[in-house]
Design a protein. Structure first.
Lengths: 949, 249
């Protein structure tokens, strides 16, 4: 375990320097060691950049042909602030179709590269930028987005020219902090539904409704649009106790509506290219007129130009216009005013520009004081996802190429809250304010996510009129990927799902509606985070246990800024561990103030709580992550620091573990698992199972040539940094985001190590077993209509294959053998299924203790020291017994001396764990039963690319 | 503009109970009546048992007839099924008909533009009867002076017997509401071999102001008022545009 050596009560600058010392690659080097003390200039060579991506070296020159994956940057440090001129030494014999981006400490310049004479290098001044003093600032040179050039841009060095001799210095790459081991809710996304939420599936079995807009027409009538262009209504008061509700289609033929608003009975829809009012002229319930309220902005045929929203405030319809995607990596053209928030007067249709610089703002909701909240998706010019409280005339940084958005400016408006990619968001959707009848969460914001799934929660506060806040994990465990929401008057949340195929939890996601009720069941979790002058105050839903929470080592805190780039993603800046000087628990033990001297404007503060943090109630912590975005540091809200009481606890030395695999596992979970399985199943990308060292048939998309390669480290590395370089046969170009562009070298190494490890089948199975996903706590009542048989006489091969996959997924193979896989720790199922089928067989799985095979009953040992051990005897020696208590961990054996056994008897509790089927959907359970009843045949591989279910 | 102003029209509100009754002329409907009624009866009888199955009755904007997806090169467009084989495609930003075409016997007149990337763009398929890809649009003549007009699409209405599109044409001096309607459209049997026609009305013209159709329209369509041929719209009566010639390819 790595422990932080803290220097308490030190000066902030000293902390900075010590932090840099700790994280510098060349540890022990002071930050100004790379300054030329005789000149006011600083030369930054191509050889010292972070990552070259797919580009090649030619001596000391980097020949840049492809922007994606390259990270051409340096950390620079100034003793005092000054304005610096930026020079580039380069050669470029052919014109480029788009400018290079030059960014220093968040300021962006664009450089149209002049063509140079053949064989000659030249040095030109790109522009002037100001540099802050006292902290490392990031300097980036970013190639045109996604473009590949036949002729390289040859880059040799970048020169900063200041006025003060010895002021500027170069810092070697800051190494990212080692993060604690992750588990669901603590570094990883949650796997289960929040304990205080009850759900009811309102899906129609007959129509896959991809919900794109939702609104209440009155207290009981819910209207919603679908991507397919229909408007439906459902009467919430008339929901039948069982079965899906009755849906009435009210309108059709809409063009990709992505927002719906109702104001005083009038219905407004944001269609792909226009804001529309639906008018029922004669009150017969049908909308004869589709009134175009406005289309006063440009559009093209780009598939991704949507209008997201919508909300009515003070007689204006608010919505946002996403940018196009189909010309990315080509000429990167965007139609004028794409990426804007507009408002349109409900009657006159007068259209006004509210804000610009958005990318895929697929969610809009009302915020505090009738403000407009918008979420935006990570990508070009968005280093991470965002929650934005929209400000008039603000510019949120997405840009493409001239002509610039009229609100574009060098220093963009920061988001209200960053939602770090892969950590707390991946494709955020509608934000919605939580009503007063949701207990402690009232007034906070829930956000859906069309990729990460679940619900995220955001607490917002204002400091000197500036909005900011903290994002928390809240709930997973839904089949739906929520896209739109409404709260009904009784406090029910209706979520509308939008299926996108399979996500990283192996769930077949679904569309349609779901009702979510808050039950007021107490849950112990961090509720809010408020910034103080000198740190962060955490609030909990319940008091901490007396004496707990005082140890500053019991909180893992890191911090970073973001630099967005014109290539996909962006980078975390100055990612470092923050020191917690002290932790002070409030008198009511509901709040803890963390004294953090390094809080910095325009950075994210990440706090991890240990799973072991105890509450007064004895409940364990539901989730332990939060991300606070610092836009403004208060000057009049100091956090109070007190000495810990005598009886205070020190945090357990195991509060945080830092194991070798963790970094790679977390990267896999956050970035790769959506598309790459560990179980051999095909998703958007190929499985990682058996990958390392295997032969791969790949296609070079530039030549179309197919070849065989060995998946060695070089190949795997290139696959991460330049996904389109070689495509595995059968997979498409541009499916994989260039995650290499947002990874540091260390992270790439961590990920490669993990990939190599999980290429092994047993290691992969252990990884899969680490975090089983709970879809539903299945009971026999859920299968009340099942009979004595489930499988048809001639099962379909595809069904058998799915059943076999479910067999593995439910970990049956850990104990039962089938088709050459698995162990024999449990009864031979091929014999069992001859006697048991249908409901009887299912009962043995769901209620394993209902009847236990006599040969597999567990033994309970009472030892003479009072210890009780329950398990199977796997080895019976002369003087000792070896017992396995957990059949899912057969290697963990307990040695018992026979002489120490006071009592030994068979238990009535089956060794088979309950809840094994909870990781399966109902359809998967059906497939599993078909597979079992059919005698678990060896299933020939069939294509699962387009399953027909 | 008030939404109520959109409701001014000579059409009666749509009163049909099934979208199938909007398609085609009354004559063409007769042959389909029995099977449609049979199917409808079955649906009515069994509908209450299909919980979760969306229920809809006779809604306007049936996509097989009125398609509001992007057409060909036009992001903002509407395609109208004029009859079983003939389609009209509108350029909403320029306030005019972009294309009239007839489908071939083996394929529908509207096809997904790119089935691989989604079904939300369509392309015209078949024999072109008329096409205008220019940016030229309506002009205003006032006191022998021609003036350009800004075009603003206001929406569309589907009522029994007709489909109506509306635009606002304006400059600093005048605001004209242009209505265009296509009557008797739908999925019915092919019409009699009669010319394709549409009807237009301009409201808001001053006594000395005339509305001049886009050049391509004037070239290929005959403008008439009460069967009298004319070249400009001068009153707020309904004018007729009739396609003059046969397909050019």
């Amino acid at each position: 375990m790595i422990r932080t050596i803290a220097l308490r009560h030190s000066l902030r600058r000293f902390l900075w320097l010590s932090s840099l010392l700790a994280f510098a690659v060349l540890g022990g080097v002071p930050p100004n060691a790379f300054a030329d003390e005789t000149k006011p200039t600083l030369e930054l060579t191509a050889k010292t950049i972070f990552a070259k991506g797919p580009n090649k070296w030619n001596g000391d020159v980097l020949e840049i042909t492809r922007g994606r994956g390259a990270n051409i940057g340096w950390y620079v440090y100034a003793e005092r602030p000054e304005t610096v001129s930026v020079w580039v030494e380069y050669a470029c014999e052919k014109p480029l179709n788009q400018a290079y981006q030059l960014s220093l400490d968040g300021q962006d310049l664009f450089w149209d590269v002049p063509v140079t004479a053949p064989g000659e290098f030249t040095k030109v001044c790109v522009g002037s930028l100001s540099i802050r003093a006292g902290l490392p600032v990031l300097l980036l040179l970013v190639p045109p987005s996604g473009t590949t050039y036949a002729h390289p841009f040859q880059f040799r060095k970048l020169i900063l020219e200041g006025q003060t001799t010895g002021n500027l210095s170069w810092l070697p790459e800051l190494e990212e902090p080692v993060v604690p081991d992750s588990s669901p809710g603590f570094g990883q996304k949650l796997k289960r539904r929040h304990p205080a939420l009850k759900i009811r599936d309102l899906r129609s079995d007959h129509a896959p409704m991809r919900v794109t807009g939702m609104a209440l027409r009155d207290d009981s009538e819910l209207l919603f649009t679908t991507w397919e262009g229909d408007l439906f209504a459902v009467d919430l008061d008339a929901l039948s106790p069982s079965g899906p509700p009755v849906y009435r289609k009210l309108a059709q033929g809409l063009s990709e509506p992505m927002g719906l608003a109702i104001d005083r009975g009038r219905i407004f829809v944001t269609e792909k290219n226009q804001a529309t009012e639906l008018i029922d002229e004669n009150g017969d319930g049908r909308f004869e007129t589709y009134r175009c309220m406005s289309h006063d902005w440009a559009c093209t045929l780009d598939y991704h130009e949507y209008l997201f929203g919508a909300i009515v405030v003070n007689d204006y319809l608010y919505f946002s216009a996403s940018v196009g995607m189909s010309r990315r990596g080509k000429d990167n053209y965007q139609a004028p005013l794409r990426g804007s928030v507009f408002r349109v007067h409900l009657d006159s249709g007068a259209t006004e520009l509210v804000a610009g610089g958005l990318r895929t703002p697929d969610g809009m909701g009302l915020g505090p004081e009738d403000s407009i909240l918008v979420t935006d998706n990570q990508g070009e010019w968005l280093a991470a996802n965002k929650l934005i409280r929209v400000q008039q005339d603000a510019f949120y940084q997405f840009r493409s190429r001239p002509p610039w958005h009229p609100l574009d400016r060098p220093t963009p408006t920061p988001p209200t809250t960053w939602l770090p990619q892969g950590e707390i968001a991946a494709s955020p959707t509608q934000p919605i304010m939580i009503p007063t009848n949701w207990g402690p969460y009232a007034g906070q914001v829930l956000i859906g996510d069309a990729a990460l799934g679940g619900l995220q929660r955001v607490f917002l506060e204002q400091i000197d009129g500036v909005s900011q806040g903290a994002a928390f994990r809240f709930s997973q465990g839904f089949e739906h990927l929520f896209h739109r929401f409404v709260f009904t008057s009784d406090g029910s949340l209706i979520g509308g799902g939008i299926a996108r195929g399979k996500d990283w939890d192996f769930i077949t996601r679904v569309s349609g509606l779901m009702q979510i009720r808050y039950t007021h069941q107490p849950v112990f979790e961090p509720l809010a985070a408020r910034l103080r002058d000198n740190g962060l105050e955490l609030e909990f839903t319940e008091p901490l246990e007396s004496g707990a929470g005082w140890d500053p080592d019991g909180y893992f805190v890191s911090q970073w800024g973001y630099q967005s780039t014109q290539t996909y993603g962006g980078v975390k800046v100055r990612h470092r561990r923050a020191e917690v000087l002290s932790a002070t628990v409030s008198n009511d033990r509901r709040k803890v103030f963390l004294e953090i001297p390094s809080i910095t404007v325009n950075e994210v503060l990440y706090v991890r709580l240990p799973e072991s943090l105890p509450s007064e109630s004895g409940r364990t912590l539901w989730a332990g992550d939060l991300w606070y975005t610092i836009n403004r540091i208060p000057s009049d809200r100091p956090g109070q620091v007190h000495a810990p009481p005598q009886e205070s606890w020190r945090a357990s030395p195991h509060a945080f573990e830092f194991s070798a695999d963790n970094a790679g596992r977390t990267l896999y979970q956050n970035l790769c698992s959506a598309c790459h399985s560990l179980d051999g199943s095909r998703r958007i990308g190929p499985s990682f199972l058996g990958l390392a060292g295997a032969k791969r048939e790949v296609i070079d998309p530039r030549t179309g040539q197919q070849q065989q390669v060995t998946a060695d480290e070089d190949y795997l590395r290139e696959s991460i940094t330049d996904p389109n370089a070689l495509l595995v046969a059968g997979y498409q170009e541009n499916q994989m985001p260039p995650v290499g562009g947002i990874l540091t070298e260390r992270q790439i190494v961590d990920l490669l190590q993990y990939l190599k490890r999980v290429s092994d089948k047993k290691a992969a199975q252990r990884e899969l077993a680490r975090q089983p996903l709970v879809i539903r706590d299945w009971k026999m009542d859920d299968f009340a209509n099942w009979g004595t048989h489930v499988a048809p006489p001639m099962p379909e091969p595809a069904s058998l294959l799915r059943g076999q996959q479910a067999f593995f997924k439910a970990q049956c193979v850990q104990c039962h053998a089938t088709s050459g896989y698995g162990t024999n720790l449990a009864p031979d199922l091929s014999l069992s299924v001859q006697k048991l089928k249908g409901k009887d067989l299912l009962r043995r799985i769901i209620e394993p203790s209902s009847q236990i095979h006599p040969d597999y009953q567990r033994i309970q040992f009472l030892l003479d020291d009072g210890q009780v051990i329950i398990g199977h005897i796997v080895a019976d020696q002369k003087d000792t017994l070896e017992v396995v208590s957990d059949l899912q961990a057969p290697d963990k054996r307990t040695m018992i001396r026979k002489a120490n056994v006071e009592l030994q008897q068979k238990t009535k509790q089956s060794a088979m764990p309950t809840g094994l089927l909870n990781v399966l959907t109902k359809a998967e359970i059906l497939d599993l039963m078909v597979f079992l009843e059919s005698g678990m045949p060896t299933v020939p591989p069939v294509s699962t690319k387009n399953p027909t279910r | 503009m008030s939404p109520n102003s959109l409701l001014r029209s000579g059409f009666a509100p749509l009163k049909t109970s099934s979208s199938l009754r909007q398609v085609g002329s009354p004559e063409s409907f007769r042959g389909l009546a029995l099977p449609i009624l049979t199917v409808a009866s079955v649906l009515v009888l069994y509908a209450p048992g299909l919980l979760g199955e969306p229920q809809s009755v006779g809604l306007p904007f049936e996509r097989q007839i009125i398609n509001r997806f992007s057409l060909d090169h036009l992001p903002r467009s509407i395609s109208i099924r004029y009859d079983q084989t003939t389609w009209l495609g509108y350029d909403l930003e320029h306030g005019k008909l972009y294309k009239a075409w007839r489908s071939t016997s083996d394929r529908e007149g509207l096809q997904p533009a790119d089935p691989k990337t989604g079904l939300f763009r369509v392309k015209s398929q078949g024999v072109t009867l008329f096409e205008d890809q220019t940016d030229a649009t309506w002009r205003l003549r006032s006191s022998e002076k021609e003036m350009k007009l800004r075009i603003r699409y206001l929406g569309s209405t589907q009522r029994e017997g007709g489909f109506e599109l509306r635009w606002e044409l304006s400059n600093d001096a005048v605001t004209v509401n242009l209505h265009e309607r296509v009557a008797g459209f739908g999925l019915g049997s092919p019409r009699e071999p009669a010319p394709v026609f549409r009807e237009l009305r301009a409201q808001g013209l001053g006594s000395t102001q005339h509305l001049i159709p886009p050049p391509a329209t004037s070239d290929r369509w005959t403008l008439s008022l009460n069967d009298q041929i004319c070249d400009q719209m001068k009153t707020d009566q309904w004018y007729r545009l009739t396609l003059r010639s046969e397909p050019h390819d």
